[in-house]
Design a protein around this ligand. Structure first.
Ligand SMILES: [Zn+2]
Length: 494
């Protein structure tokens, strides 16, 4: 083995200081030494082995060298991520401990939700995030692109979306702490500073999608409908029920002005948008939102009421159900599945629609029982914009009544409460990093890490192999790598 020499025995620290923890590890006695991490990567011998599960790999480090076997490119990639984490500084060079690892993920959807709407973070933060996700074997970035507060993706057929829809007249001032029991509105004091225009051009989107694909990450775009639509209505008022003009919202919350479900023009607009979205994103699943859609305007709208009557729908909820089914069928013709927030279950969508359970686990439990595939991200503990319970947190502005601590995140199990026989419906889970109370990319990263490291292990490592004590011992080194190798901000570990 050129360039490799036997190294001293490992110290007290576990040799396999890897997150997410591989599922089967046999530690050897010894290590290989190299001049630098590039020499480690160059020394790898790769082989195909069709018997290894999808995304899985076998990694052997011994005095015979470094060998990787996998059935697919993702498996080879993940083996190299494990190798990267196993490589530690040693004297003037680096060393890799002797080990045999056989590994494959528990879930196939290992996600992070990225909200570029309330605040906009841009390509550099996104790329850093994709790098750090790959390091953790996370493979889905759910990209929240449309909101009441901003429309962030260029749509060629509707240019006003990113002219009028991508800039808002102000934002809530930061650093107004809202204490438990106080309404969140208490923190909404307008700074009157125009925000934007901020959006991604179609070239930007293609660049990000390609960057993610190189890291075996699928980007699932989200176009919210029928709610959280005020930025679109600001650009094209005729898409709403009343036709009145708006500006994108400066404050947070849920607007009662939503897309008109009775207007054929609005339906056509959304189809056109989804056409361009499908051309940009190869993802087999497209998110169509569906959460927090107040029906006040639909109750008063002649067009909405006419559609309910003509189709014999069960009121306004039935109309939202019709929209979910309509766009599910529309996207199915393009070979795509839809995913929606758990509210879409109220409209009885077909089982082809994947349900994203956010209000708690119960939406996902119910959906799996009804035959839907589900992605679990219950607000507790997967909403990592929640305070993390640090003694002194410079970025805590609002208290939701509980802390999503690192340990609480580590306790997440996407399959909890779902009967064994329905586990095949659990695609996986994700951490959701909303950005209302996050004013900069640096703050956004602070909330993401190291809690996403904990969630990554929940999504990859089998339950029986997980241990908080072990994770707690491994996380400091990974946090240091996030800061040094990925230029990430990361919260301290207390
Ligand atoms: Zn309407």
């Amino acid at each position: 083995m050129a360039g490799a020499v036997a190294a001293t025995a490992m110290g007290a620290m576990a040799a396999v200081n890897v997150i997410p923890l591989p599922n089967k590890v046999v530690e050897g006695d010894g290590a290989l030494a190299f001049a630098n991490p590039g020499a480690v990567a160059a020394a790898v011998t790769e082989a195909d082995d069709a018997s290894i599960p999808a995304e899985g790999y076998r990694l052997t480090v011994s005095d015979a060298g470094i060998r990787i076997a996998a059935a697919d490119a993702a498996g080879r990639f993940y083996a190299r991520q494990t190798l990267r984490q196993l490589t530690t500084p040693d004297g003037k060079g680096v060393s890799v401990p002797f080990v045999t690892i056989e590994d494959a993920p528990r879930f196939k959807w290992r996600g992070l939700h990225f909200d570029d709407c309330r605040h906009f973070f841009g390509k550099e933060t996104l790329k850093k995030t994709l790098d750090a996700m790959a390091y953790h074997k996370l493979n889905v970035l759910h990209w929240h692109l449309t909101e009441d507060q901003g429309w962030r993706i260029e749509i060629k057929k509707y240019p006003e979306l990113t002219v009028k829809g991508a800039v808002r007249p102000g934002s809530p001032k930061p650093k107004v702490l809202v204490r438990p029991g106080e309404p969140s509105e208490r923190g909404w004091v307008n700074n009157h500073i125009p925000y934007g225009p901020y959006f991604y051009t179609q070239d930007d989107v293609r660049e990000i999608v390609a960057y993610a694909a190189e890291r075996h990450i699928t980007i699932v775009p989200e176009i919210e409908l029928p709610g959280h639509a005020l930025a679109a209505l600001a650009a094209y008022p005729e898409l709403g029920c009343t036709g009145e003009t708006f500006e994108p919202w400066w404050r947070w919350g849920v607007s009662e002005h939503i897309f008109c479900g009775g207007s054929d023009r609005t339906i056509r607009f959304l189809e056109d948008v989804l056409d361009e979205v499908c051309a940009l994103f190869p993802s087999s699943i497209v998110h169509i939102g569906g959460d927090e859609a107040p029906k006040k305007m639909w109750k008063q709208c002649p067009k909405c009421q006419a559609r309910i009557k003509a189709l014999g729908l069960d009121g306004e909820e039935g109309l939202q159900g019709w929209m979910t089914r309509h766009f599910t069928e529309y996207l199915a013709k393009k070979g795509r599945r839809t995913i929606g927030w758990d509210e879409v279950l109220d409209g009885n969508p077909g089982t082809g629609t994947v349900i994203m359970s956010w209000r708690g686990p119960q939406g996902g439990i119910q959906a799996a029982a009804r035959g839907h595939d589900v992605v679990m991200c219950p607000i507790d503990p997967c909403y990592i914009d929640n305070p993390q319970g640090l003694k002194d947190d410079p970025y805590e502005y609002i208290n939701y009544g509980f802390n999503a601590t690192l340990e609480r995140c580590y306790g997440f199990d996407p399959a909890a409460g779902i009967p064994e026989g329905q586990h095949s419906h659990v695609l996986g889970g994700q951490g959701n990093n909303w950005s209302e109370y996050t004013w900069s990319g640096s703050e956004y990263e602070w909330k993401m890490w190291p809690r996403m490291s904990a969630l990554a292990e929940c999504l990859w490592t089998d339950r029986a192999n997980k241990s908080w004590a072990s994770f707690r011992a491994r996380i400091p080194a990974v946090r240091t790598a996030l800061i040094r190798q990925f230029r990430m901000n990361a919260a301290p570990i207390e």
